[in-house]
Design a protein around this ligand. Structure first.
Ligand SMILES: Cc1cc2nc3c(=O)[nH]c(=O)nc-3n(C[C@H](O)[C@H](O)[C@H](O)COP(=O)(O)O)c2cc1C
Length: 289
């Protein structure tokens, strides 16, 4: 245990404490990710548990701030603050919630511009990208080699051309649908309505590699007109596409489809289905107009 009741630490731990504190100090206003901290601490033979204790101790001593899961050295913030105030560019506010116990202390720092608005801060990609929700979702369907129609739920979809009408979807390299669409060379893109959340979740969390998703989780379908596939009757709209091209982008493949037939639901009040947040919570988004 690093910290005793009086908050004292032994001499050997003091050294580790100084090391972590100095490391934070030299980061020039960048809050390190936990994995960066862990790998630096490892070099000093400080294990993860030890590192957590040290960081908590630094926060306790007011040597570091704990901000949304990140640690920032207090000295850096003060330094930066003075420069910012001198230049009259922006300043900080620190929100301290009263600690309930040792673990429950929260110190938040907000960077504010000279108009009083929040500024952008550097964060990991994985954190910022979570702010893009809500995101409309689509269901792509294609016929596999055994003759079954395989639906896959997708968030990554965009129009790429009006004339001719083209649309692109991005499919992970490990999805069964990747080989299905390559094999079929055509697919249907269905824009589900908000009553289809259960099915969209099912098609997005089960693979058709060893099952018939449409048979397991039934949905109203009707034959497509120009491609060998089905369209989803309760969707807002359906588009029949011929595979035009594919492009490898990192761990996904973008399929571009040329739309050769379009369908829409006769109920024009139907609302689209959205993925509402980072998990798989789905529903509709309120109309603001
Ligand atoms: C809301 C939601 C959005 C998704 N978006 C995508 C996507 O854009 N691209 C992708 O490859 N997988 C996406 N997935 C994951 C696939 O739908 C999932 O891996 C599916 O089980 C693959 O099915 P398959 O193996 O039959 O192709 C999404 C899943 C959900 C629930």
């Amino acid at each position: 245990m690093l910290i005793n009741h009086s908050g004292d630490i032994g001499p050997e731990l003091n050294q580790q404490d100084n090391f972590v504190s100095n490391f934070l100090k030299n980061l020039k206003m960048k809050t390190p990710t936990m994995s960066e901290l862990i790998s630096v601490a490892k070099k000093q033979v400080i294990n993860e548990q030890g590192l957590n204790n040290i960081l908590r101790y630094l926060v306790e001593k007011k040597d570091a701030y704990f901000i949304d899961g990140n640690y920032l050295h207090v000295g850096l913030l003060e330094q930066h603050h003075n420069i910012c105030v001198q230049r009259q560019r922006f300043y900080k506010t620190i929100i301290v919630k009263t600690p309930l116990d040792h673990q429950d202390r929260t110190v938040g720092v907000r960077w504010i511009n000279n108009k009083g608005g929040y500024m952008q801060i550097d964060v990991d990609y994985s954190k910022a990208i979570n702010r893009k929700y809500p995101m409309p979702i689509v269901i792509a369907i294609a016929k596999d080699q055994t003759g079954k129609y395989n639906p896959i739920t997708l968030g990554w979809c965009m129009n790429t051309s009006h004339n001719p009408p083209m649309i692109a979807i991005s499919i992970g390299l490990r999805r069964y649908s990747l080989e299905v669409i390559r094999h079929a060379k055509e697919f249907v893109l269905s824009f589900p309505s908000n009553s289809m959340a259960k099915e969209a979740f099912y098609y997005g969390t089960n693979s058709g590699i060893d099952m018939d998703k449409l048979a397991k989780c039934k949905i109203n379908t009707q034959p497509a007109r120009k491609v060998d596939c089905v369209i989803l009757s309760d969707a807002v709209a359906n588009f029949e596409c011929k595979l035009e091209s594919e492009h490898l982008t990192g761990d996904h493949v973008i399929f571009v489809g040329r739309i050769i037939a379009s369908h829409m639901n006769q109920d024009e009040e139907l609302e689209r289905l959205y993925r509402l947040e980072t998990g798989y919570k789905m529903g509709s988004v309120k109309k603001i107009l």
